[in-house]
Design a protein. Structure first.
Length: 109
């Protein structure tokens, strides 16, 4: 089984052509993270939510170009969340922009 939590953050960035818009602009992003869980080995939901809030606070109202060494795409956001995560091992990470109806998902093999 996989247990998940979802969080939202607002951030600005700019993307060099041909990837995106080179001027500074912002978006509302959503992220969902999954960890392994089972009836035999429960993960306390409050600890999962606390870690998600900590990671969200690192991103919320930030200029993503200042946080990342490369283009701040949704793929880069997935990698950033994975690198910052200090909770139980992540099994999946999904970042999306609801307004566009598109996103990126990573899953452990």
């Amino acid at each position: 089984m996989l247990l998940y939590t979802t969080f939202c953050f607002e951030a600005s960035h700019s993307l060099q052509a041909p990837i995106g818009v080179p001027s500074v602009h912002g978006h509302s992003y959503w992220a969902r993270v999954w960890i392994a869980s089972s009836r035999e080995q429960l993960t306390p939901l409050p600890s999962l939510e606390t870690e998600a809030k900590r990671v969200a606070a690192l991103l919320d109202h930030q200029h993503l170009n200042d946080l990342m060494d490369h283009q701040p795409t949704m793929e880069a956001l997935v990698d950033y969340i994975r690198a910052q995560w200090q909770g139980p091992a992540l099994k999946r990470v999904h970042v999306w922009r609801e307004s566009l109806g598109c996103g990126v998902e990573w899953s452990a093999s």
